[in-house]
Design a protein around this ligand. Structure first.
Ligand SMILES: Nc1ncnc2c1ncn2[C@@H]1O[C@H](COP(=O)(O)OP(=O)(O)OP(=O)(O)O)[C@@H](O)[C@H]1O
Ligand SMILES: [Mg+2]
Length: 282
């Protein structure tokens, strides 16, 4: 209860240090109540068991068995076509597996109301389509889609714009006229307006210059660390995975090559294939 009040107060910009950082906060997950700060001993955020997915008759994900941790930034890495986007699309039911099971906080994903699930588990697409209207309209619409209660709790547009590295002046600009990197940041901003507990990010920095990318990932890291947002982030940039994630999954041809702590993976991968892939990014 106390946690919820603190979150809301911060979101409304009542805490100066947060306002200055422009950080938007998470809708806390009820099952975090009473959890230790690291969530130790609790069921994983997502658990995948023998998950299979096919596209156009071709297997895309094969027998994936994997736990994704709570309150962490997990990187999904691997070559183009490995199945990274396909994997995270399953987690808020943009697609459903052909076989196997996925649970979210211990409960089968299929038992959640899809709309309610998507408010808690937000997906930020690699290529963002803007709604018609201004950037502020885009952010407000995103909050309204979550329902009246969510809209009432939504953070200030200006604080979200600052969080994603855009001057609040951008609120007045036509969203369709922004550069693709600016649109990508508005897209993350739209997700933040709904105060998700989980962020699924598909290459969130692919259209950004290195400095802006760093700023954006800094925001994501703050959300994860200070407010318990769980993040699952697809990235091609191994340096980003190394710097910003605590866990990593390396996929290739729809299979897990290796999964575990980022430090372990980057310093002492146990498979030759993982070592070769990680070396390619140095
Ligand atoms: N809608 C679709 N129809 C047919 N095949 C698809 C579809 N979407 C994805 N695939 C195929 O599934 C495989 C995995 O695609 P996915 O988009 O998950 O890869 P990825 O790892 O995200 O790649 P990238 O790094 O290029 O984004 C690819 O072989 C792709 O061609
Ligand atoms: Mg992809």
């Amino acid at each position: 209860m106390h946690f919820t009040r603190r979150l809301r107060a911060s979101l409304l910009g009542l805490q100066p240090h947060l306002r200055n950082n422009g950080v938007a906060l998470a809708r806390d997950l009820p099952s975090f109540d009473g959890a230790g700060s690291d969530g130790a001993g609790l069921e994983p955020l997502f658990a995948l068991r023998h998950v299979e997915l096919a596209r156009a008759g071709r297997p895309v994900l094969r027998d994936l068995t994997l736990d994704l941790p709570r309150r962490a930034i997990t990187g999904i890495i691997g070559p183009s076509g490995a199945g990274k986007t396909s994997l995270i699309r399953l987690l808020n039911r943009l697609d459903d597996p052909a076989a196997g099971e996925i649970t979210f906080l211990g409960q089968p994903l299929t038992e959640y109301d899809v709309r309610a699930l998507r408010r808690r588990v937000a997906f930020v697409f690699q290529t963002a389509a803007m709604f018609e209207g201004t950037v502020a309209d885009n952010l407000r619409v995103a909050a309204e889609l979550g329902g009246k209660r969510a809209a009432a709790q939504a953070p200030e547009v200006a604080s979200v714009l600052r969080a994603v590295g855009l001057d609040p002046e951008y609120g007045r600009r036509e969203a369709g006229e922004l550069s693709s990197g600016e649109q990508q940041r508005v897209s993350l901003g739209r997700a933040l307006m709904t105060l998700p507990g989980v962020l699924l990010l598909d290459e969130p920095t692919s259209a950004l210059d290195p400095e802006t990318a760093l700023h954006l990932l800094g925001t994501v890291a703050r959300l994860a660390e200070e407010h318990g947002v769980s993040v699952i982030m697809v990235t091609h940039r191994l340096c980003e995975a190394r710097q910003f994630t605590s866990h990593c999954v390396l996929l290739e041809e729809g299979r897990i090559v290796e999964a575990g702590s980022t430090r372990q993976l980057f310093s002492a991968a146990s498979t030759e294939r993982a070592r070769a892939y990680l070396a390619s990014g140095r």
